[in-house]
Design a protein around this ligand. Structure first.
Ligand SMILES: Cc1cc2nc3c(=O)[nH]c(=O)nc-3n(C[C@H](O)[C@H](O)[C@H](O)COP(=O)(O)OP(=O)(O)OC[C@H]3O[C@@H](n4cnc5c(N)ncnc54)[C@H](O)[C@@H]3O)c2cc1C
Length: 497
């Protein structure tokens, strides 16, 4: 039996009874059952997967969230956590016979403690709100997904989100020191805290990036970072992505770690220009935005190095932001790029993969070849410093066969990432979208071993079933490939329960 079958046995009467129990645990207004209203929650940012949930619950507190999970467990009904619903891999896609638990009303910033360099927040707090709250104390929250004006901290934790400035400062996992969560059994537990590195297994590390499969975060303790003394930003135009890619490796190879290095290719530049008139160099085959931050003297010295490496590797034009307004304009083109692509193509797939940054020139050339062979255009706009690619595969759904060609090119790009020692996702997660790609990267034994961890947290398989893993199995079910115990069981290293 698959995890999804658990709820298939539920009748409309079962769901109505669950709704009644949830209304007793919460209030009427916190439980949605009206089909029209439920449709609002049928997808996340990846809109081509749509499932209307059976119920939506809006807990206001950790205790209410735990009560909802306990009711789901008692009724054997699956549930999915949702923050702001901006995810791009279908992670918050509801279960048709399940409860969607939306944390957007848990929005309190509980503490900002500059002395500890920590902030404690509820999961529905929007990413940028943390930096705004910390700014008067001279601090900010470093991980900055492009969606930071709307995405929630709970979603960031579940996806281990990245952003332009994660090159220097690290991803979400490097900025979470503690969390309170509702376990899949409905218990409230704490992992970590304000102090770094507690002894024992790194369960917090396992929880961050677990995409809602190991529990629901109800409070998160975040590391705050001191606002830098100086920030300097440069825009460099190159003839080709090859030249720009080589410049990226040269900068980092010389020991300079900018806060951010972002790249856009000619098609992405064209789209951004059409949308926001950002004034990028005319006719450039690629642009780099390089931002340095830190102590002013260090930033000035490293800035000279960055300019030098850009010129040495063929930059045809370099502009240095004279003030905050010009810096914002440089970033405006980059930050608008995803949406801007909608101006030059009716439909597009946002792909997300990672490669070692030294492979950038080679992989970008192969992507161009795949685009030519597949007969679909690909725009590249990405976190070049991290080697985190975001190829945008453009197509027109009204042209027969074009969507299928785009899908093939998009999948081939992921294969390319794996071939070059990279990964099928850099920051958008696996969700429902890439679950089928996991076996390309992991062996059956790898995947079974991951299931052991999942089952340890969630033996009932009710927390976000059908996500991350290609063939969700109920805990305790013997995987098909192994006609007996899993090798780890045979070795006495793990138990299935
Ligand atoms: C225009 C745009 C730009 C983007 N840019 C970036 C970027 O630069 N970097 C990046 O990393 N991502 C980016 N994203 C993707 C997305 O914004 C991030 O994945 C973000 O972290 C999702 O947060 P959310 O609150 O919207 O989560 P949702 O979409 O609501 O949920 C995402 C996942 O988290 C789980 N979840 C939500 N809340 C909780 C909780 N409290 N406890 C446990 N699990 C939970 C859900 O079940 C789901 O699996 C972008 C998205 C868009 C639309």
């Amino acid at each position: 039996m698959m995890a999804g079958d658990i709820a298939a046995a539920k009748t409309a009467g079962d769901i109505a009874a669950l709704a009644a129990r949830l209304r007793m645990a919460l209030t009427d207004a916190q439980v949605l059952t009206d089909r029209q209203q439920l449709r609002t929650y049928e997808c996340d940012g990846l809109t081509h997967y749509k499932v209307v949930p059976a119920l939506v619950a809006f807990p206001h507190t950790a205790f209410e969230c735990a009560a909802v999970v306990r009711e789901c467990v008692a009724a054997g009904v699956p549930y999915v956590a949702r923050g702001s619903g901006t995810g791009l891999s279908g992670g918050a896609l509801p279960h048709a016979d399940g409860v969607l638990i939306v944390t957007s009303q848990m929005r309190a910033i509980l503490d900002v403690a500059p002395q500890d360099e920590r902030a404690v927040v509820e999961p529905g707090v929007v990413n940028l709100a943390v930096s705004r709250a910390a700014a008067p104390h001279g601090y900010y929250y470093a991980p900055d997904p492009s969606s930071q004006q709307v995405c929630s901290i709970g979603g960031n934790v579940a996806e281990n989100s990245g952003g332009a400035h994660c090159l220097k400062y690290g991803f979400t996992t490097n900025h979470v020191t503690g969390a309170q969560l509702v376990t899949p059994a409905g218990d409230l537990v704490r992992l970590g805290g304000r102090a770094p590195d507690p002894p024992g297994y790194d369960l917090l590390g396992a929880f961050v990036g677990s995409e809602g499969t190991l529990g629901i975060a109800t409070e998160v303790t975040l590391r705050l970072t001191r606002l830098p003394q100086a920030v300097r930003t440069l825009l460099a135009g190159f003839g080709t992505t090859d030249a720009a890619g080589t410049a990226v490796s040269a900068i980092i190879g010389a020991g300079v770690v900018p806060a951010a290095i972002e790249m856009m290719d000619a098609l992405a530049i064209e789209a951004a220009e059409a949308a926001v008139h950002c004034g990028y160099p005319d006719g450039a085959g690629a642009v780099l935005i390089v931002e340095l931050d830190g102590p002013a003297a260090e930033v000035d010295a490293q800035f000279d190095d960055v300019e030098h490496f850009c010129r040495e590797h063929g930059a045809v034009e370099i502009r240095v932001a004279a003030d905050d307004a010009e810096r914002a304009l440089f970033w405006k083109g980059r930050k608008s790029a995803f949406a801007a692509v909608g101006r030059i193509s009716p439909d597009y797939i946002v792909q997300d993969g990672v490669i070692p940054r030294t492979a950038l020139p080679q992989v970008l050339r192969r992507i161009a070849q795949l685009s030519r062979d597949g007969g679909v255009r690909v725009a590249n706009v990405f976190h070049a410093g991290d080697g985190n690619l975001h190829p945008l595969v453009l197509f027109d759904d009204s042209v027969p066969g074009e969507a299928a060609r785009a899908e093939r090119v998009s999948t081939a790009i992921l294969d390319l990432c794996i071939e070059h020692g990279g990964s099928i996702t850099g920051e958008h997660g696996v969700g429902v979208d890439k679950a089928k790609s996991m076996p390309r990267m992991f062996t059956a034994d790898d995947l079974d071993t991951m299931q052991l961890l999942r089952c340890a947290f969630d033996p009932g398989g009710l927390a976000n079933p059908g996500k991350v893993f290609p063939t969700p199995r109920l805990c305790g079910e013997v995987p098909g490939r192994h006609k007996g115990a899993h090798p780890l069981q045979e070795a006495g290293l793990a138990e299935v329960f």
